[in-house]
Write a protein that binds this ligand. Structure first.
Ligand SMILES: [Zn+2]
Length: 430
C-alpha cells in the first residue's frame, strides 16, 4: 500500500491508519488499537484512553523488546494481545484490533463471515477463525487469539468482542480488516434481500487465475490531455473511496485517452491514496513499462473497442448494489425517473463472464445498457466521460439503497410502462 511506505515513521503510519478507521466509523473513540513491530523487536502502539478524534503522532507509544515503555501515555490496554500474536507469528509486522459494527454483529452471534463471498476477499483475508471469549486486556485473551494465529490464520473474530487482523505490514493488516468488514456488511445487507450466494473454490480459482500482464512499451512524454485525465481520474477515485463506493482493495476506474489508448487504475494499489503517476497508460494493447494495470484491463479494453461512445468505465463495490450481486434479487431501476433514465434496465451478468470472456462482457454493456450487476463481483458502469460514469455509479448505489430500504416498509410499485415510454421519448430519444 502506497500510503504505508517503508519510509513512513511508525508514529505517522499508526496515526494515518487510525484516522482512516475512525473516519469511516470502523471504530468508536474508545475502542480499537493498532501496532507495528519493527525489525528490532520494538513495538509501536496506539495509547490508551486518548480520543481517537484528536490523536496526534506524539501520542504513540513505543514498547521495547524488554518491555520498557516510552511515551506520553500508557500503551493500549490490549498490549498483551498484540505481544502474544507477535510472539506466535514472527512474520507479522502490523496488527489491527477494533469493534467495527458488522463484525461485532458476527461476533455477537458467534459466527465468522464467510470470505468465499468474493474471490478477492478470499485471497486477501483467507479463512477466518473464531476465538472464544476471554476478559479484554487479559493475558488469557492474548494466548487464546495467538493460538488462532498460530494455526495460520491472519483474521480472528473475537467472541462477544470484535476482530483482530495481522499482516506483513500495518497496511496489509488494515486491508484485511477493511475487506473483512466489507464482507460482513455485504452478507448482512444481502440477507435482507434473500439467500446469499457464496463461491466454490473453483469459482474463486477462476478469478485468481486472471492476469493483466501484457507487452510493455517505453513511453514518450505524456501529453497535457493525458496529464489532465490522470488528475481527474485520481480525484474521482479518491471521491469514490471517501464515499465508500469502493474499498481500498477493490474497484477499477478507467478513461479513454484516444481511439487506441486509455488510462486505468493499477493492480493492488491503495485506492484511498492513489497518485496520478501510479495510474497506468495502455496503448495498442500494451502497458507502459514497469507498471501492472488492474486485472479488469482486458474487460475495459474490449468494451472501449466495441463501443466508441463509451469513454469511462468503473468497476466498483458500493455496499447496497453489491448486496444485489450476491443474491438473486433484481435491481429494479423503475423506482424514480432519475434511476430509470441513468441506469435503464440493470442487467445481471452470471459469475465468471468477466474472467473468461471479455468480448462477451463487452457485448452485454452499451450506452443503452450502461449498468451491470456482476454476480459476486460488484457492479460495472460506463459513461461518455468520467463524471457521467461516476454519477451513474452514485445513482446505482442510491437506487439499490432505496430498494433495500423499501422492503421493510412495503412492496415495490414500479413506474408503469406508460411513464417509462414518456421518459424515453422526452429524455432518452429512442
Ligand atoms: Zn477490544
Amino acid at each position: 500500500m502506497s500510503a504505508f511506505s517503508a519510509f513512513m515513521h511508525p508514529r505517522d503510519e499508526l496515526l494515518a491508519t487510525m484516522s482512516r478507521i475512525y473516519q469511516y466509523r470502523m471504530t468508536t473513540t474508545s475502542g480499537g488499537n493498532l501496532s507495528i513491530r519493527e525489525e528490532s523487536g520494538d513495538i509501536w502502539i496506539t495509547p490508551t484512553r486518548v480520543d481517537k478524534g484528536t490523536l496526534r503522532r506524539d501520542d504513540m507509544v513505543r514498547v521495547d523488546r524488554d518491555g520498557t515503555v516510552e511515551g506520553l501515555h500508557p500503551p493500549s490496554s490490549e498490549l498483551p494481545l498484540h505481544q502474544a500474536i507477535y510472539r506466535a507469528r514472527p512474520d507479522l509486522r502490523g496488527i489491527v484490533h477494533a469493534h467495527p459494527v458488522a463484525l461485532v454483529a458476527f461476533s455477537a452471534i458467534h459466527q465468522v463471515p464467510n470470505t468465499h463471498l468474493f474471490a478477492k476477499a478470499h485471497a486477501i483475508c483467507g479463512e477466518v477463525k473464531f476465538a472464544p471469549y476471554e476478559l479484554p486486556s487479559s493475558k488469557e485473551l492474548g494466548s487464546t487469539v495467538a493460538g488462532k494465529f498460530l494455526e495460520g490464520s491472519d483474521c480472528s473474530i473475537l467472541e462477544n468482542h470484535g476482530v483482530v487482523t495481522g499482516g506483513i505490514s500495518l497496511g496489509d493488516a488494515f486491508q484485511k480488516f477493511e475487506t473483512l468488514e466489507f464482507v460482513g456488511r455485504t452478507i448482512i445487507k444481502g440477507r435482507q434481500l434473500g439467500e446469499v450466494r457464496f463461491l466454490t473454490p473453483q469459482e474463486i480459482e477462476l478469478a485468481n487465475r486472471r492476469t493483466s500482464v501484457r507487452g510493455e512499451f517505453d513511453r514518450q512524454a505524456p501529453s497535457s490531455r493525458e496529464k489532465e485525465l490522470r488528475r481527474r481520474l485520481c480525484e474521482f477515485v479518491h471521491r469514490a473511496y471517501r464515499q465508500r463506493l469502493f474499498i481500498s482493495t477493490q474497484g477499477s476506474f478507467s478513461t479513454r485517452v484516444d481511439e487506441s489508448s486509455f488510462l486505468i487504475t493499477p493492480f493492488q494499489v491503495d485506492r484511498g491514496t492513489l497518485d496520478p503517476e501510479e495510474i497506468v497508460f495502455i496503448k495498442d494493447g500494451k502497458c507502459e513499462s514497469g507498471k501492472t494495470p488492474s486485472r479488469a484491463t482486458p474487460d475495459h479494453e474490449a468494451i472501449y473497442r466495441h463501443h466508441p461512445k463509451i469513454n469511462a468505465l468503473i468497476n466498483a463495490s458500493p455496499i447496497n448494489a453489491t448486496a444485489f450481486s450476491v443474491t438473486n434479487a433484481s435491481l429494479d431501476s423503475r423506482t424514480i425517473p432519475e434511476s430509470y433514465c441513468l441506469l435503464r434496465q440493470v442487467e445481471r451478468v452470471e459469475y465468471g463472464v468477466q474472467y473468461r470472456d471479455s468480448e462477451a462482457l463487452a457485448r452485454r454493456c452499451s450506452v443503452n445498457q450502461p449498468a451491470l450487476v456482476l454476480e459476486n463481483d460488484g457492479v460495472l458502469v460506463c459513461g461518455g466521460e468520467i463524471l457521467e460514469a461516476f454519477d451513474r455509479l452514485e445513482v446505482l448505489e442510491s437506487t439499490a439503497e432505496a430498494l433495500v430500504d423499501s422492503r421493510s416498509i412495503g412492496e415495490l410499485a414500479p413506474m408503469p410502462e406508460k411513464a417509462l415510454r414518456g421518459l424515453e421519448v422526452t429524455f432518452l430519444q429512442m
